[in-house]
Design a binder for this molecule. Structure first.
Ligand code: C5P
Length: 314
């Protein structure tokens, strides 16, 4: 085959705890990540030249090496020069459905799809864990996007332990199209405001920031109890993003007033999600929030938790 079409799902953070800072300037995290069925479509095709050609139907997504999906193709070319010489370059076509710069790992999942797709195109036979390892060099969320499902993510977010999947949970997701939050800004601001609260070990490395425990969320997931999960939602980055972006705070309050089971910002925002009892409930919440906000700039999606990461489109 000379082309593959892949489904690249978004993720939400059911739990994001900042444990401390790290000497590499990243943050030590304890996260619980969940794939959702809101997904981009990525088509990969071999080219007769040694180029990478990327295009996306979304005007805000760059086509050059600043795009992490482009970087994923460059990485594969660097790592496997002989195979690259045999098969040639790649054309990457992205159909965007995941809102951009939203805290939903839209870029990371595109990069994960490029790794999986080139592995297939070039018949490299890399295992999932080898692809995750390559993905970790591109971005902290890329390994999870390769694997997908429900997982605990520690370290920078790249060390994964799978959890039982939660595929019957319905979620409403909201994102203001014109609103973007920079992830480096969110972490940097957290460090400035809360860095003093880290407990440090003898090497001056931060070891623990707060008394919140991901174990409670893990238990709720093991019980497969959406109400319990909704009560244990947590995101430390809300402490810096909500005060700086009142629209995000307001959206979160609008969701809470719409009678959802629980609501939280995803990742570094600005998207906000809400857990619902059923698909019907989620549709009602979507309508209610749409009417209450009455703002064309707000995109709303009803989506479902899914048990997989990158997949070949059927
Ligand atoms: O790994 P990734 O490139 O997706 O991270 C984007 C930015 O988010 C990093 O440059 C860093 O500023 C911040 N970050 C962090 N700690 C993490 C993950 C991301 O500080 N564990």
């Amino acid at each position: 085959m000379h082309s593959y079409t892949l489904i690249a799902p978004a993720k939400i953070n059911l739990y994001l705890e900042i444990i401390g800072d790290r000497p590499d300037h990243y943050h030590e995290l304890a996260m619980i990540l969940q794939s959702i069925d809101l997904a981009d479509e990525i088509e990969l095709r071999s080219l007769n030249t040694d180029r990478i050609r990327l295009h996306c139907d979304h005007p805000q997504v760059p086509s050059d090496e600043s795009n992490i999906a482009y970087q994923a193709a460059e990485l594969m070319m660097r790592k496997f020069p002989n195979t690259f010489a045999k098969y040639g370059g790649v054309e990457i076509s992205i159909t965007k459905r995941i809102p951009v710069a939203a805290g939903l790992a839209g870029g990371s999942t595109n990069a994960a799809a490029v790794l999986v797709g080139i592995n297939l195109l070039w018949k490299l036979g890399l295992t999932q864990s080898e692809l995750e390892e390559l993905g970790a060099t591109l971005g902290s969320d890329v390994p999870f996007c390769v694997a997908g499902g429900t997982a605990i993510a520690t370290g920078r977010g790249e060390q994964l332990s799978p959890l039982p999947s939660l595929n019957s949970i319905y979620i409403v997701l909201g994102k203001y199209k014109s609103l973007e939050v920079s992830t480096p800004w969110a972490y940097k601001t957290y460090r400035t405001q809360f860095g003093d609260s880290y407990i440090r070990d003898s090497d001056n490395l931060a070891v623990r920031a707060s008394a919140v425990h991901s174990g409670e969320m893990v238990k709720a997931i093991l019980h497969q109890d959406v109400k319990e999960i909704a009560q244990k939602l947590h995101n430390d980055l809300e402490k810096v993003v909500l005060p700086a972006y009142p629209q995000v705070l307001e959206l979160r309050e609008t969701f809470a007033n719409a009678g959802v089971l629980g609501t939280m910002m995803s990742g570094s925002g600005p998207s906000v999600f809400a857990l619902c009892e059923s698909q019907e409930h989620a549709e009602q919440v979507k309508q209610q929030v749409k009417t209450a906000t009455n703002n064309e700039d707000l995109e709303l999606f009803v989506t479902q938790a899914i048990a997989h990461g990158i997949q070949i489109a059927s």
